[in-house]
Design a protein. Structure first.
Length: 250
């Protein structure tokens, strides 16, 4: 199968995950870029951030049109993570790749377990209610992990918004896309990503189908329950964590 076809198929899957689940794009994009398209881990994480940024902004617009984005809490959450994301992004280039991969797997597994614990689904706070200290503290931690692991952070943002800030699942999905976009841009800036280091012949088609997939994902999210989305999200995280841990150990 040609690299172009693989890029188109992988992009569609990544976009569907981001649109429906508010995260998981980088969890899927990085392995696809490395194992299917032959990118080095360093190039894959940078390319993944480019793809996820463009796709997340598209999905954010789609969710905002249905009123599923909590802008005040999301902006505070994202702003608190910008500086940590930039600093951690600079540090990441100095760490061994197996260490980063193992860390990625551990954090993904922890987030999945939190999502599957009984009683963690939330009904959500009153509209407009924000917990500034919790939002800022959690956002800063998420930003640091985003920069360190080279991911948009949605697979962490959604569980954090549900379990720490008590968002219902649909609002967490929409709001996480704001956080993903901001953190990804900060991480890209710290990595000094430029067009000279990116294979646009692959990244362009990958991003294009990811954007189209994000619209379909948003429609899917509107048709299923928050509890089902939560279980699907946790299953994706556990599968990705297992695969990345095996890769780190071997």
């Amino acid at each position: 199968m040609s690299a172009l076809v693989l890029a188109l198929v992988a992009g569609a899957v990544v976009g569907l995950a981001l649109g429906a689940l508010g995260g998981g794009g980088s969890v899927l994009a990085v392995p696809a870029l490395v194992y299917l398209l032959g990118f080095t881990p360093a190039a894959a994480t940078t390319a993944s951030l480019i793809i996820v940024t463009a796709t997340s902004l598209t999905a954010l617009h789609a969710h905002a049109r249905t009123g599923k984005v909590r802008w005040k809490a999301g902006a505070l959450f994202a702003a608190a993570g910008l500086l940590p994301a930039a600093v951690a992004g600079a540090v990441a280039s100095r760490l061994p790749q197996p260490v980063l991969t193992a860390g990625f797997a551990a954090v993904a597994a922890f987030a999945a377990v939190r999502m599957l614990r009984p009683g963690r689904a939330a009904t959500g706070p009153a509209t407009g209610e924000v917990r500034p200290a919790k939002a800022a503290g959690t956002g800063a931690g998420l930003g640091a992990l985003t920069g360190l692991l080279g991911v948009g952070g949605g697979f962490l943002a959604v569980p954090a918004l549900v379990t720490v800030l008590a968002f219902e699942m649909q609002a967490a999905v929409g709001t996480s896309l704001l956080v993903i976009s901001a953190n990804s841009l900060a991480s890209l800036a710290a990595r000094g990503a430029t067009s000279s280091g990116v294979d646009w012949a692959v990244i362009g088609p990958f991003t294009g189908t990811a954007i189209l997939g994000a619209w379909d994902g948003r429609r899917l999210a509107a048709r299923v329950t928050g509890a089902l989305l939560q279980r699907i999200f946790a299953a994706v995280l556990l599968a990705a964590a297992a695969a990345m841990l095996v890769d780190a150990l071997t």
